[in-house]
Design a protein around this ligand. Structure first.
Ligand code: UD1
Ligand code: MG
Length: 448
């Protein structure tokens, strides 16, 4: 059984924020979310997050159990607080990670567990940890080696000038045999510059007792980027975005300019879709195959079929059928459902409306709380007057209807299949199928 302890009780003073540091977001998810995802993907069975009292109030949002460390007395103390809560397991293995490292890849977590060896016959090594080559200067703990073996970790604040020259750092990801960790934790002392109980002092403890501490060297120092302030948060966001773009490009999506394309995790984008610059795709959006997104498109919880075009437009909380064309400059929002081959563009707003196959609303219209039948044409300047000052009222328009330019459809109202409204009609009463109305208020036109 592999259990993980994630340390996240630190104050995060340098964020200068009322929110706990690990809840600050990059690419639409809190940084802690990424750490939890990576741990789960790496096969960890159970996770405990060590929290401050403030973070404890919100940890449930992430679907994980917290344990409060009321006063921050160091990373070693934080691990002890979590261990005191976890029922002991003789053959257990414990992964420790810090909650402010959103770029940790699951492979590194797997590697550090794997190098500990199998649990059945007792862990081969007592301890394994991730080390990383970093540009100097750096505040990370330095890995002091004797020969090829790790001898100890020295925190930057406690390091000698020679030790500060070491460019191999402690990433802050560890795996331990549980029994040995429990013993080592009780022996930690706080005789250092910060008067804290350092988890990193367990290395010296293991080595002194003749146990080996195995390093797992990470190739990319960004993997271990610990976020302490908002400039590092921006750097991590940029890197995460680049990784998300890369993943979709490898899966067959063309992204013309990853630097100006904003993506979030858990998106689906079909192959041969092309994303043009300055586009943002967020909140569990699903984009079909062969779509054209952007330039300057915003999709938020949007579900798009195949071959859809969305350029210079916004689609939020809505569903769009195959080969629909949206934009330029359209705003499709909240619970709208657009059928196949629909066209909306040029300053058209659609809210909570259902447009059947082939509906066209090309210019300057507002369709709110409306249902429109297939192939109906909505003229330029058409407004569904859905709000009477108190209630939102529905408009129902049949199929193959023709709504003339500048029609005002005063809801609640129903317009039949194949009906026609003249330009500038103010329609206040229901229109029968095939009927033609015009004027203000609109009246039936004489039969031709
Ligand atoms: C720590 C490591 C350092 C490593 C670096 C990597 C120690 C002593 N040092 O230093 O070797 O190179 O991370 O980023 O571990 N926390 C608690 N409770 C506490 C103290 C800290 O939960 O009492 C949490 C913090 O919220 C944070 C993590 O532990 O998520 C690391 O603490 P931090 O103070 O940032 O340690 P560093 O000085 O960065
Ligand atoms: Mg830190």
């Amino acid at each position: 059984m592999i259990r993980a302890i994630v340390l996240a009780a630190g104050k995060g003073t340098r964020m200068k924020s009322v929110h706990p540091k690990v809840l600050h977001e990059l690419c639409g998810r809190p940084m802690l979310w990424y750490v939890l995802q990576a741990l789960r993907a790496a096969g960890v069975d159970e996770i405990r997050v060590v929290t401050s009292p403030e973070l404890e109030l919100r940890i449930g949002e992430l679907g994980v159990a917290g344990v409060v460390q009321p006063v921050q007395r160091g990373t070693g103390h934080a691990v002890k607080v979590a261990l005191d809560e976890l029922p002991p397991r003789e053959d257990g293995r414990i992964v420790v990670a810090y909650g402010d490292m959103p770029l940790i890849p699951e492979e590194l977590l797997r590697a550090v567990v794997a190098s500990l060896g199998p649990s059945r016959e007792g862990p081969g090594a007592g301890m394994a940890l991730v080390t990383v080559k970093m540009p100097l200067p750096s505040n990370f703990g330095r890995i002091v080696r004797e020969g090829r073996n790790i001898a100890r970790i020295v925190e930057a604040r406690d390091a000698s000038p020679d030790e500060l020259e070491i460019d191999e750092m402690n990433a802050g990801i560890y795996a331990f045999g549980e029994r040995e960790l429990r013993e080592a934790i009780t022996r930690l002392k706080n005789d250092n510059a910060q008067k804290e109980y350092y988890l990193t002092d367990t290395v010296d403890d293991f080595v002194t007792r003749g146990r080996s501490v195995l390093p797992v060297l990470s190739e990319n120092h960004l993997d271990a980027l610990g976020i302490n302030d908002r400039t590092e948060l921006a750097l991590a966001r940029q890197e995460m975005n680049a990784r998300l773009c890369e993943r979709h490009m490898r899966d067959g999506v063309t992204i013309i300019d990853p630097a100006t394309t904003y993506l979030e995790p858990e998106l689906t984008i079909g192959r041969d879709t092309v994303v043009y610059p300055n586009s943002a795709i967020s909140r569990l959006s699903e984009v079909g195959e062969g779509c054209t997104i952007g330039p300057s498109a915003r999709l938020s919880n949007a579900k798009l079929g195949a071959g859809v075009t969305v350029r210079e437009s916004v689609v939020i909380d809505s569903v769009v059928g195959n080969h629909a064309v949206i934009g330029p400059y359209a705003h499709v929002r909240r619970e709208s459902v657009l059928g196949d081959d629909v066209r909306v563009g040029n300053f058209v707003e659609v809210k909570k409306s259902k447009l059947a196959r082939g509906v066209k609303a090309g210019h300057l219209a507002y369709l709110g709380d409306a249902v429109v039948g297939d192939e109906t044409n909505i003229g330029a300047g058409t407004i569904t007057c859905n709000y009477d000052g108190e209630n939102k009222n529905p408009t129902v328009i049949g199929g193959h209807a023709f709504i003339g330019s500048n029609s005002s459809l005063v809801a609640p109202i129903s317009i039949g299949d194949g009906a026609l409204t003249g330009a500038g009609a103010v329609v206040t009463r229901d229109v029968k199928p095939g009927e033609r109305v015009a004027g203000n208020p609109a009246r039936p036109l004489p039969k031709e």
